[in-house]
Design a protein around this ligand. Structure first.
Ligand SMILES: Cc1cc2nc3c(=O)[nH]c(=O)nc-3n(C[C@H](O)[C@H](O)[C@H](O)COP(=O)(O)OP(=O)(O)OC[C@H]3O[C@@H](n4cnc5c(N)ncnc54)[C@H](O)[C@@H]3O)c2cc1C
Length: 307
């Protein structure tokens, strides 16, 4: 099931078909704030009212033309501008392939720098999402070259990759701001742990490295991004035992998933941030959410039968 939906996420013909279907659009709304900036701001405002912060994602990936990458850059600047004007509490998450990574590293880097400058003006932070492993090295390179100039930029590490242990060791030394997730893409078997138990064990080990005294002494900040209660409990136990101050880490979850747990963590006084995607390019994001959980497919089918 997982492999099937991840395969679907790359099929342009299926994208054209499915994004036109009313029931699929309605089902996607469970995970996507809406198609416009106003929709995103409305969702962020509601989250903020419940003591939850946001990181907004203007959906899109793998653009093929410079014009599309520039348009995506301007779209990000527009949402950051609105965040500043409305005074809502939100950072932004970006994907480098939406900003031209397939076209050229320098071109992409310039677009991200433009977004970072706009974000800096309103005191916002930009997280570079991690895409499939063919982009990992280039994404880290772009992050590191920007980090030399900008403070308000962070990166994502996926615990399913074998290489992540070395990447995390280096990022700890650099005092990076890292979001740790399990990983959401279809990957070749030689790059990822084959079993979920290994991915989970890797997640716990990497979280401990990032939250350690040594990493914090270098300035590291960690975002524990998961809906998995076992990962959350492991992180809570580590921070309690090692007296990690609450301002040195946060929990993150995706919009529409485990709202109960989001609210509970916020109530317990942890910093809780929700990833809020919006825009018309919701198809691959939605397919990845279906791939993660078979129950979501039933949710989609229920929408079909209702239609
Ligand atoms: C804030 C945030 C940012 C992310 N950024 C990236 C990124 O940059 N790159 C990347 O590769 N991945 C990213 N991801 C996705 C991540 O890699 C996982 O695919 C996703 O979070 C599911 O893994 P999990 O840790 O929740 O654990 P899992 O073991 O997959 O799930 C644990 C439990 O969480 C719930 N759950 C998980 N997924 C779903 C779902 N789709 N629908 C309903 N319930 C669900 C279920 O109750 C499940 O039993 C991000 C995730 C979060 C939360």
């Amino acid at each position: 099931m997982r492999a099937f939906f991840l395969w679907m996420s790359h099929r342009a013909s299926l994208r054209r078909l499915i994004t036109r279907l009313g029931f699929a659009r309605r089902a996607a709304r469970r995970f996507v704030a809406g198609e416009t900036i106003d929709d995103a701001i409305g969702v962020i405002r509601a989250l903020n009212a419940g003591g939850i912060l946001a990181t907004v994602d203007h959906l899109g990936e793998n653009v093929e033309t410079e014009a599309d990458a520039r348009r995506a850059t301007e779209d990000y600047r527009a949402i950051l501008d609105r965040i500043g004007k409305e005074g809502v509490k939100s950072h932004a998450s970006i994907k480098l392939t939406q900003l031209g990574l397939d076209i050229g590293v320098d071109f992409c880097r310039e677009n991200v720098a433009c977004i970072l400058r706009t974000a800096k003006d309103i005191g916002a932070f930009i997280r570079i999402d991690m895409e499939s492993s063919e982009y990992t090295a280039r994404t880290l390179d772009v992050y590191r070259s920007l980090r030399r100039e900008y403070e308000n930029v962070g990166i994502v590490i996926q615990s399913y990759l074998y290489r992540s242990k070395d990447d995390v060791a280096a990022l700890c030394q650099e005092g990076a701001n890292v979001r740790l997730c399990k990983g959401a893409y279809k990957e070749p078997p030689d790059k990822t742990f084959p079993h979920k138990a290994d991915v989970d064990a890797s997640y716990v080990a990497l979280a401990r490295m990032l939250l350690s005294d040594g990493a914090r002494a270098q300035g590291a900040y960690t975002a524990i991004a998961t809906h998995d209660p076992k990962m959350i409990e492991a992180a809570k136990a580590y921070v309690a035992e090692h007296r990690v101050p609450r301002h040195r880490f946060e929990f993150q979850m995706l919009y529409g998933i485990r709202r109960d747990l989001q609210q509970q963590l916020a109530k317990e006084g942890y910093t809780m941030r929700v990833y809020v995607p919006y825009g018309t390019e919701w198809y691959p994001y939605f397919m990845r959410r279906l791939a993660e959980r078979p129950a979501n497919v039933w949710f989609l089918l229920r929408n079909l039968f209702r239609a």
